[in-house]
Design a protein around this ligand. Sequence first.
Ligand code: ATP
Length: 370
Amino acid sequence: MPRIELHNVSKKWGSFVAVNKLDMVIEDREFITLLGPSGCGKTTTLRMIAGLETPTEGKIVIGDTVVFDSERGINISPAKRDIGFLFQNYALWPHMTVYKNIAFGLENLKWSKDKIDERVTEVLKTLKIEEFSGRYPAELSGGQQQRVAIARTLAPKPQVLFMDEPLSNLDAKLRSEMRTELKRLHSDTNSTFVYVTHDQLEAMTLATRICLIEKGDLQQYDPPLTVYNNPANLFVADFIGNPTMNFIPATAKQTEKNKLCVDFFGINAEFTGEKELQLENESITLGIRPEFLPISDKGLIEGLAYSTLPSGMETIVKINLRGNILSSVVFGAIDYKVDQKIHFDIAGNNIIVFDNTSKKNIGLGSLKIT
Ligand code: ATP
């Protein structure tokens, strides 16, 4: 299985830049999700790697083969790039049985009858759909049809599997089941998966690395937990995580190489970074995930319960802190009365300082109320 390299790849339509100078390497056997809001350039990126869209400039390498190079005039057709596709509308052929749907592509590739039978049996087993082999698509549920579509895509053993929002037609429960299956499939097949989604939870749970794009620009390309715990900038921090991160406007003064004296909502605190900090402006934003605002009777900060949203396993508590609403997440079910006094702390080593001018993450560390 190959690695995929994108060097300075751009796509423009007239003066509109859909993808801007994208540089990234997808390692062999990775599961990459291309993530970002609608219209950010995810599908265009996928289609350029696959050869369905011609980049305006740049170079794309799959394995040892340069499949596109604007300078050298190279542009290898999709059929010769040895890739498989799974799209949102995975139309199965309605007049063919499940077996035939999977076998059809292999017949076109002129595989022998025995080899086709062996491979179809194998993928039916991998996707746990052996029992449906003789059925027609209309006799299957949405999730079963989706499995057939995946089996059909996997059958010719593509080096790389591209998927564009393949689960978006399914209901929430089925989507969650298929996520589990896709992750399992990734480890079973040893293929490289490139997966487009606008769903941050899907990206977080599936990917080995998330490529987060906004308006054609790469914002961060890291493993999911790095993107979650150490987002590169305010956009990434806001896009990933539900409930969203708390963003608290603050002023800061540098006291030591890795220490800041911070003031927010009239509260003084000391921020200790895990590394040296470069504070360029006094005006900063503190980024605090809801799970780092634990509520307890001993909490040092006092606020009022603005609203409480229990969902069974956890409860989201909206806290009114001097007229500003913060989110906290508590494990289990709690129900505070509206405007009841509650106490909480700012815990852990995952508090982030963002510069308000550049919007960039300038330090990760802990915050102590002084
Ligand atoms: P979504 O999640 O909505 O599918 P996306 O991130 O996949 O969005 P793309 O389909 O890659 O977005 O499109 C990126 C941008 O390029 C969009 O603003 C879109 O309108 C524009 N675009 C796509 N195809 C064309 C085209 N053929 N001509 C002009 N503009 C296009």
